[in-house]
Ligand binder design. Sequence first.
Ligand SMILES: O=c1ccn([C@H]2C[C@H](O)[C@@H](COP(=O)(O)OP(=O)(O)OP(=O)(O)O)O2)c(=O)[nH]1
Ligand SMILES: [Mg+2]
Length: 149
Amino acid sequence: MSFNVQINRLAGNEDIELPRKMSELASGFDLYAAVTEDIVFLPGQRGLVPTGLAIAMPAGLEAQIRPRSGLAFKHGITCLNTPGTIDADYRGEIKVLLINLGEEPFTIKRNERIAQMVFQIVPEVNLIPVDELSDTERGAGGFGHTGKN
Ligand SMILES: O=c1ccn([C@H]2C[C@H](O)[C@@H](COP(=O)(O)OP(=O)(O)OP(=O)(O)O)O2)c(=O)[nH]1
Ligand SMILES: [Mg+2]
């Protein structure tokens, strides 16, 4: 399946790399930081990092903003609201909500890769209010109900 998604570099961000797949079959397009100066995330600190980009995708798609595992593993940098949700009707700047869960300050420079954007199909769902639901074997069991192993 293939979709066209329009992408717009916002004014002042002509130098920002367009989101890029780093290997042929990668799921995510890496996103680049559009900070105007270096920003430092102290341990425990969170903040919105601009990407300098806005997109328009067809109805029925969403984009998810996900962490990069390398940043998470090496530095404890992750997306606080992962996966971030970009709605198909959102036309504002895509921003990445990062948090430093590591022990060291982490500096982000302009045009560094900070996260990745994965497109997903969102089915159209109609919620039907009812008084009773169908029975299942699981019923209301959850949260470890089936045991550890
Ligand atoms: O990581 C993110 C998450 C969201 N957004 C933008 C696009 C999205 O369409 C909009 C709203 O996001 P969400 O629905 O997650 O936030 P909300 O707190 O429910 O805000 P709203 O009331 O605007 O929907 O904010 C981002 O740029 N980055
Ligand atoms: Mg919302």
